[in-house]
Design a protein around this ligand. Sequence first.
Ligand code: NAD
Length: 257
Amino acid sequence: MDSPEAAPEIREAAETIRGCHHAVALVGAGLSAESGIPTYRGTDGIWTKFGEPTIDGWELFRRDPEQWWRDALDRKNRRSEFSTAIESAEPNAGHLALAELERMGRLQHIITQNIDNLHQRAGSVAVTEIHGNRTKARCLSCGERVPLEQVSLDRLPPLCAKCGGIMKNDTVMFGEPIPSDALRRCQVQANAADVFLVIGTSAVVYPAADFPVIAVRHGATLIEINPERTPLSALANIIIRGPAGESLKCIVDLLSA
Ligand code: NAD
């Protein structure tokens, strides 16, 4: 159904997506804010309110994987506000709209920085999780990813059933290199895009924040959806200053009309 009240920038975004060949979206924590998962940065971000935590997870893991797993299992029993929110979250209108855009053939790929598994639960298939997925474990040797519940924790650290390598949680820690398969897919997508959407990201975490810049250099039209200004705003051709869920749903409605 058409939305006669849609703002001009939302109409322009919909028309740009309608006319493009290869649309890619870079997604950040802001998309899942409407599912009740706090962001890190931005006005209501938990780091904005309480400060940034010590960033030494990867160092701790490398030093002693067994102890890291013991601590992680212990932390699981002492749920934080963040982990409670992420565990109970459901896909929102924004996740559903992105999945719908893919089904309509209007969105070719999502590069997500989110680890919450909500894209898949909403029905998106072409997704690269550049920072991993909290529901999976990954082998540090061969890169095999498996659901966490299939990993035997009888021995710590758990070992990969395929190659015997050390498994860690799939979520990429600060300081940890981005898995090379994910990085390659992102680079391919950034080069292929003629429309690049940046949705709900503060665009300060690298290398993720580089992909829109690469796409723009290749001539892509940049569409930003974020209630707040980001370092990418200056590069954006179309800016939607609103919540992702409502804005994306409106775009889908216009493209379905
Ligand atoms: P960020 O926390 O740095 O920034 C969030 C951005 O979302 C801000 O720019 C804010 O203005 C915007 N925002 C807030 N509400 C919004 C809404 N309703 N619609 C659209 N935008 C909205 O997030 P980031 O850029 O993704 O980087 C933080 C890192 O933290 C990522 O690597 C990610 O892995 C991790 N993270 C993930 C989750 C998750 O999986 N849901 C949640 C928090 C943090």
